[in-house]
Write a protein that binds this ligand. Structure first.
Ligand code: NOJ
Length: 422
């Protein structure tokens, strides 16, 4: 294949989902939420009942890794209660099916959702949530330690804390509560250190388990160079969402709690007179296009930034890295294929340059419930028809393109993939 960029043989080529977004039948703080497009998570992709079929799809995609969440609210009915055996068995069966398909699991312990008894006790603002989480994880890890060696404690703590307490996007939809934001981050960081210890002690069949968070990295900047106020807003955002959070989880002695750092990378948010110029922030797509801003249905794209941030993390923390999420939401499949190609080129450059990146997880396996946006954002390698009650899955062209990459263990250019150019 001309121009194929080869990755190391043991590289993980994966995909990712989260319980609230795909499983359905959850009872957590999202269950009652209805998005502006009318979408809710009560059935989602019904992955809860259809996981065997979804594992078969993954095998067809040729991925060798899957980043999945385990839903706390399913497993514990009350603080310090024993884990629900039946629900645990379901996850065990899922893990066994992945193993049989040659797919390595990375398990996420917290992905934007909590049991209702945690929510009603104040969520992550309440310091008592930390020991409750440690208890849950201790029981879970004891049950799964032979099957799971890659543990992702918290997914995007910055996104969770900011959307719950600063930007009003996630339940309980509070705004501008800076202290609550900071408290949430600090409690999660403390919990990360404590469960890291639990996971390390439990081991993984005689091997050392891997432990890390997934940090969402967004670049912030001004739209116009001379706009000092937008420079200032970008600097404040960078500090609050990137600097402060990384310091809480990885600063000083806390660095020792992690064996890897996961990076969720989507791109760039620029401000124009305090307004974020991204669709996820409400900016109009047509206007953005007129201004020459290249974005998916969420963020401005900035493939070059991926190489920059990987090199920066490598220098700063010296930890192995995983791209725990990257993907694009768009109904334009050529755009998504180009976007993936450009990001993998950057990733390859970083690996070639000596950055220890061990895997890439495409977000997402399925079109799914995109939180406050409902079902309007199409991220799936597999498209799901939510208008059909059978929720049929269908391979997308991006999925076929990604299959070529997983099979070759190399980033191929779109023209090298027979399917991409069809
Ligand atoms: C980050 C989150 O982890 C995931 O839940 C979300 O769907 C994607 N990014 C896309 O926005």
């Amino acid at each position: 294949m001309a121009g194929a960029l080869k990755f190391p043989d043991n590289f993980l080529w994966g995909t990712a989902t989260s319980p609230t977004q795909v499983e359905g039948h959850v009872a957590n703080e999202w269950t009652e939420y209805v998005a502006p497009d009318g979408g809710h998570c009560r059935l989602a992709c019904n992955h809860y009942h259809r996981y065997a079929e979804d594992v078969a799809w993954m095998a067809q995609l040729g991925v060798n890794a899957y980043r999945l969440g385990i839903e706390w609210s399913r497993l514990q009915a009350a603080p310090f209660a024993p884990l629900n055996r039946q629900e645990l068995e379901r996850y065990v069966d899922l893990l066994d099916r992945l193993k049989a398909a040659g797919i390595t699991p990375m398990v996420v312990l917290h992905h934007f959702s909590n049991p209702l008894w945690i929510t009603s006790a104040g969520g992550w603002l309440n310091p008592a949530t930390v020991p409750a989480f440690v208890d849950y994880v201790t029981k879970l890890v004891t049950a799964l330690k032979e099957r799971v060696g890659l543990w992702n404690t918290f997914n995007e703590p910055d996104t969770y804390a900011s959307l719950t307490y600063l930007l009003g996007g996630f339940p309980p939809f509070r705004k501008w509560r800076l202290l609550s934001y900071r408290k949430t981050i600090q409690h999660m960081a403390e919990a990360h250190v404590r469960v890291g210890e639990v996971i390390r002690r439990a081991g993984h069949g005689g091997r050392t388990p891997e432990i890390g968070i997934a940090k969402n990295w967004t670049f912030f900047g001004p739209f116009e160079r001379h706009a000092l106020w937008d420079h200032l807003l970008a600097a404040i955002s960078h500090h609050a969402f990137n600097g402060y959070v990384l310091d809480a989880f990885l600063g000083g002695p806390r660095r020792a709690a992690s064996t890897f750092l996961g990076v969720n990378y989507y791109g760039l948010a620029r401000f124009k007179n305090f307004e974020p110029m991204v669709p996820a922030g409400g900016a109009c797509r047509k206007r953005l296009a007129r201004l020459g801003v290249v974005c998916d249905d969420m963020f401005e794209r900035h493939p070059g930034g991926l190489g920059i941030i990987l090199k920066n993390f490598h220098r700063r923390y010296g930890l192995p890295l995983y791209i725990t999420e990257h993907g694009a939401a768009s109904s334009d499949e050529d755009f998504r294929i180009r976007d993936l190609t450009e990001h993998l080129r950057e990733l390859h450059g970083a690996v070639k340059g000596g950055v220890d990146v061990r895997g890439f997880f495409y977000w997402s396996l399925l079109d799914n419930f995109e939180w406050q946006f409902g079902y309007s954002k199409k991220f799936g390698l597999l498209a799901v028809d939510f208008t059909d009650e059978k929720l049929p899955r269908k391979m997308t062209r991006v999925g076929e393109f990604y299959r070529g990459i997983c099979r070759a263990g190399a980033a191929v250019a779109p023209q090298d993939s027979s399917v991409a150019s069809r």
